[in-house]
Design a protein around this ligand. Structure first.
Ligand SMILES: NC(=O)N[C@@H](O)C(=O)O
Ligand code: NI
Length: 169
């Protein structure tokens, strides 16, 4: 395995940029919102395509992530071939999202890195490669919606070349 460490570019998370990988769950990106409850509440409607697959069941969990130290070296990626996986921050801190298109195992050149705000969630579409949770600002809770059911639903790959994430210039 090469010892090359490539510095990865970090992009701000936007629905447009993330569209090839899934959905951004945020009020600012709602295609549709409307007032309910007699005017008390605004519903930001249908923000993500939750896909537990034909034989699965959507479940809701909470992940309590320890903060990652920067610079962070991305050495592996994973995917869930049988269902989507959504992360919605509950603690309000920023976090990192590292993804690559579904399909063949990615190389470091295929990685996209996004810095997500604490008011943005993400939903990885079925089979999209991603790095496991990368919380930044302290111990962080995330509501997670993904699949329970039969069959292996987590493939992991090690990258031939690692990528390094640093924030700031
Ligand atoms: N393994 C697990 O449930 N977590 C990962 O899928 C992840 O994306 O954090
Ligand atoms: Ni995952």
């Amino acid at each position: 395995m090469s010892e090359t460490l490539i510095r990865l570019t970090v992009e701000p998370l936007t629905a447009e940029a993330f569209a090839p990988f899934g959905d951004v769950i945020a009020t600012a990106d709602a295609q549709r919102h409307f007032t309910i409850n007699g005017g008390n509440t605004e519903r930001y409607h249908d923000l993500a395509r939750i896909d537990p697959g034909p034989d699965g069941r959507a479940i809701v969990s909470i992940f309590r992530g320890q903060p990652r130290r920067l610079p962070f070296t991305v050495e592996m990626m994973e995917r869930h071939p049988l269902g989507s996986q959504a992360f919605v921050p509950l603690s309000g801190g920023a976090y990192l999202v590292v993804v690559a298109p579904a399909g063949n195992p990615p190389g470091v050149e295929d990685l996209r890195v996004f810095l997500a705000r604490g008011d943005q969630g993400v939903n990885y579409a079925c089979g999209v490669w991603h790095h496991p949770l990368l919380a930044l600002d302290g111990v962080s809770d995330f509501l997670v919606i993904d699949r329970a059911g039969e069959g292996p639903n987590c493939d992991e790959v090690r990258l031939d070349e690692a990528g390094v994430i640093e924030l700031g210039d």
